[in-house]
Design a protein around this ligand. Structure first.
Ligand code: F6R
Length: 241
């Protein structure tokens, strides 16, 4: 595991951008696994600026997102679909048909199977991850078997509390379920890039680096992956030995 500790969020975003850019520049038809949430916003901003300034092309890039809430329509402002278009896809030249986001409505089991089958046609060159305070990756909450592929989850209370900030600070507005790539799906990526900032991630980062590998803390599974880069700020690194 390659651990990079940065001064602050800006530096985390810059370092993550350099890794992402290296892949997009060296492999124009790369497959990117993408994440939502607060963590990647700075990175996406840098990808957009770079595309505008240097014409970095996403024309042949394919993307797969990690997860989506169940029951929100695509055009809901807090759907991960809206998030991705607003923060990235609307501002780069990725082709609509190369964008894949799990869909959290309709026949859910079929949605999971179709998404997993679609990803299986590709090799994800780099999977971007944030991490939950409780160690979740994607929406794989504590206790999720490491063998799990794309599935429907019931969100943990901590996750609902943390995400209430996007839903008028009202836990009752946060969807209680999500569709997520499974841990087995995530682990198939060639490279994993995990970014985290802030003290509330310190325990999860401690577990990732020093903790025992266990399903109760999903992020620890990354210790078994051959190519993981972890980029954190000082606050998220504050529990490390
Ligand atoms: C998002 C995702 C989640 C987030 C995690 C951290 O697609 O899969 O695992 O990465 O909840 O969220 P933030 O970055 O908002 O702290």
């Amino acid at each position: 595991m390659n651990l990079i500790v940065c001064e602050n969020y800006e530096e985390v975003s810059q370092k993550a951008f350099e890794i992402m850019k290296e892949i997009v520049a060296s492999k124009p038809n790369a497959t990117l696994g993408l994440a939502t949430g607060s963590s990647p916003i700075g990175l996406y901003k840098k990808m957009v600026e770079d595309h505008q300034k240097h014409n970095t092309s996403y024309e042949a890039i394919t993307s797969f997102n990690l997860d989506e809430y169940v029951g929100l329509s695509k055009d809901h402002p807090e759907s991960y679909y809206s998030f991705m278009y607003h923060n990235l896809f609307d501002h780069i030249n990725i082709k609509e048909e190369n964008i894949h986001l799990p869909q959290g409505n309709g026949e859910l089991e079929q949605r999971c199977n179709e998404y997993e089958a679609e990803i299986a046609k590709y090799v994800v060159d780099i999977q971007l991850l944030g991490v939950g305070r409780n160690g979740h990756i994607g929406f794989n909450e504590p206790g999720t078997p490491f063998t799990q592929t794309t599935h429907i989850v019931t969100l943990d209370d901590k996750t609902i509390q943390d995400n209430a900030r996007f839903f008028n600070n009202n836990v009752n507005e946060v969807p209680t379920q999500a569709i997520t790539m499974g841990i087995a799906t995530i682990m198939k990526a060639k490279k994993v890039l995990l970014i985290a900032s802030g003290e509330n991630k310190a325990e999860a980062i401690y577990n990732l680096v020093h903790g025992e590998i266990r399903e109760e803390c999903p992020v620890t599974v990354l210790q078994k992956h051959a190519d993981v880069v972890v980029i954190v700020d000082k606050a998220a690194a504050s529990n490390l030995k």
